[in-house]
Design a protein around this ligand. Structure first.
Ligand code: ADP
Length: 640
């Protein structure tokens, strides 16, 4: 049977195909640390089953040796010398009862150690795999965190890791239990009376083929169910998100129909699978029933009248009882084998995805001889830098220099490459050609950790972690004292609004806490940067989308933050960067203008016109700029 097909658009496809037998790798890499649990699990599974099979055997013996009027067989136990056994029947009965009791209690003890072993094995591996995968994931390139792929990674971290656990625990546990059971029963029956055993076992191959066929039929149906439930979910999510548009466009009926369509597909797919599944178990029962009736008929006649037809062996009443009791236990193991195979296949596919992610090479390889970055003045130089995400360069031949403590503003239309230039400074990516140096040290020759310690980053969209305001300000500067946090918040003009929150600095924010406005979040980010006190600062459109009053507050806090620090700022609102020491205008990945605000106004180029429009001095850009912008939009959009 084939393993579940790979999802389309799967970012890890290549690695996955290269991953050789992921299950073997799972056991060798993660199983090795948990050998004790594994051995306890295997040994207890076997012993618990053996003890389970003992009572019917002892019962059969008791029927023949103790209760039968004619004494069909002498009382004797395998591996125990006859001299040790009690001579009279009462003693033999007590011994039998004692042994059955021991088998039950021993069985219970081994059931416990079996579950302990397998659960411990599975839980430890699950924990290790999850933490390793998360560890690895955090170090992947930023490319992997694009929208579509975040969902994919979330699914690896939760669904796939859980599926492994389910197989390692339930699957392996059942596999051993059932394996021992089926083999054990077959051996006992063949040993007691191989001829009648053949009658009992004749349905086993049929059960096997039937189960196999069932799995083969149901698997594609389950795949269909999974895909249709995915469609229902995305439709619902999409519609709830866009409810405002639906209401204002008056399209409720249209959307209800669309939801009905996908839900109907899901219903049909599910019903198809249910239809197959509910036929399977009665079918299995019928097959098992045939085996049971045949054994009962042949065995019954045998005990009454001696061997029927071609049979020659002796069969006692007690042996017949053992056949009936044990033969019954064949059905469910066979039904469960199907589930185990299914679990194995899903675990296999999950292990492939997990190792696919783990094998994803990091595009940023740290130089093994990398030194710590030492920042003195904080001079930053871009020397002829060229870089592209794919084959085509996004920024080309960029050179500029920022002296320690100065501010450089990057200006230009959307898509020009401004953020890309700053990502290179943070070393989210490595330059293709050229070099970036900080106080003369090439970024590729210093450790990434030391680089990021010295570079602070305030983005346009500040993410708050679930936790208190104080924790969010101290994020990354974990040892900070409360008064340092408050100082930073004051400098960031955030103190006043924070003290007005229900619990002040201890107010919970983030996803499940109090919602803060964009301007408030931004000031928290600024406070975070002030507290971290980096030598170099990157501000990515730090003052977008806020009202004028907030912008003034933010501007004042930024002025404090950027004072005496080498700063790179991207801003669409040119008023915020008017005082920058240097303005670099980027267009189409190249530097088109450079100088101070006043220089560029005198130059009367793109910057001067943008400034004119924003300052309200001129009403519109000259046609030539509008044309250029339209062309740019067209190329950006056709790229998308
Ligand atoms: P800006 O900050 O000036 O708006 P960006 O640096 O964000 O511009 O983007 C420059 C170009 O690079 C755009 O065409 C954008 O589509 C592309 N780009 C940005 N990030 C990525 C990425 N992770 N992978 C591929 N292309 C990207």
């Amino acid at each position: 049977m084939d393993v579940a097909p790979a999802d389309e658009d799967d970012p890890f496809e290549e690695q996955r195909e290269n991953a050789e037998n992921p299950m073997r790798r799972l056991f060798s890499e993660y199983g090795a640390d948990n050998t004790v649990a594994f051995v306890v699990g295997v040994a207890s599974s076997i012993l618990a089953r053996v003890l389970d099979l003992l009572p019917p055997l002892l019962l059969g013996l008791a029927v023949d040796a103790i209760f039968s009027q004619t004494v069909e067989r002498e009382y004797s136990l395998l591996f125990v010398p006859d001299a040790w056994l009690p001579p009279e029947k009462t003693g033999q009965l007590y011994l039998t009862v004692t042994l059955i009791a021991v088998a039950f209690f021993g069985g219970a003890a081994f059931h416990y150690s079996r579950n302990w072993g397998w659960n411990s094995f599975a839980q430890h591996i699950q924990h290790d795999v999850r933490t390793d995968t998360y560890d690895k994931m955090q170090r992947l390139n930023m490319d992997f965190f694009a929208d579509k792929q975040t969902g994919e990674m979330m699914s690896i971290l939760s669904n796939d890791v859980n599926r492994l656990e389910r197989f390692l625990n339930d699957g392996m546990n059942s596999a051993f239990r059932l394996g021992v059971m089926v083999v054990g029963i077959a051996v006992i029956l063949l040993w007691i009376n191989w001829q009648l055993a053949l009658v009992t076992l004749i349905v086993v191959p049929a059960l096997g083929v039937f189960t196999y066929e069932f799995i083969r039929t149901i698997q594609p149906k389950y795949a269909e169910v999974r895909s249709s439930v995915g469609q229902v979910n995305s439709r619902l999510e999409n519609n709830l998100g866009g409810i405002q548009v639906i209401k204002s466009a008056n399209t409720e009926d249209y959307e209800s129909d669309r939801v009905e369509d996908v839900s109907r597909d899901y219903f049909d797919a599910n019903w198809d699978a249910i239809d197959t599944r509910i036929k399977f178990f009665p079918g299995l029962r019928i097959l098992a029933g045939i085996g049971f009736v045949a054994t009962f008929l042949v065995g019954g006649v045998w005990v009454l009248d001696g061997p029927p037809g071609p049979f020659t062996e002796r069969l006692t009443a007690g042996e017949f009882v053992v056949f009936i009791l044990l033969g019954q236990r064949f059905i469910w193991p066979m039904a469960q084998f199907g589930q185990i195979i299914n679990m194995y296949q899903r675990a296999y596919a999950s292990a492939e995805r997990i190792f696919g992610l783990m094998d994803e090479p990091s595009r940023i390889a740290e130089n093994p001889d990398a030194d710590e970055l030492v920042v003195g003045d904080g001079d930053v130089v871009y020397d002829d830098v060229t870089f592209g995400y794919g084959d085509d360069p996004i920024v080309e031949d960029i050179s500029f220099e920022v002296e320690g403590g100065e501010t450089l503003a990057l200006v230009g239309p959307t898509g020009a490459g401004k953020s890309t230039l700053l990502k290179l400074l943070l070393r989210m990516y490595d330059v293709g050609e050229g070099a970036i140096t900080v106080d003369g040290q090439d970024l590729r020759d210093v450790t990434i950790t030391s680089l990021r310690e010295h570079v602070g980053y305030v983005s346009q969209d500040t993410f708050l972690f679930y936790g208190t305001v104080a924790e969010n300000i101290a994020y990354g500067t974990f040892g900070a004292e409360r008064d340092e946090i408050v100082e930073a918040a004051k400098a960031a003009e955030a103190h006043d609004f924070i003290t007005n929150l229900p619990d002040g600095y201890d107010t919970e924010v983030g996803e499940r806490g109090v919602k803060l406005s964009g301007g408030q979040r931004q000031r928290i980010a600024i406070a975070r940067a002030i507290l971290k006190d980096p030598s170099i600062l990157v501000l990515d459109e730090a003052t977008s989308d806020v009202d004028t009053e907030t912008e003034m507050l933010i501007q004042r806090s930024l002025d404090r933050l950027t004072e005496d620090r080498t700063t790179f700022a991207i801003a669409h609102r040119l008023s915020t960067i008017k005082d920058a020491d240097q303005v670099v205008v980027v267009e189409g990945g190249q530097v088109v203008e450079r100088g101070t605000h006043d220089d560029l106004i005198d130059e009367d180029g793109l910057y001067a016109h943008l400034w004119g429009v924003q300052a309200g001095e001129i009403d519109e850009l000259p046609d030539e700029f509008v044309e250029r912008a339209a062309e740019r939009r067209a190329t950006v959009e056709s790229d998308d």
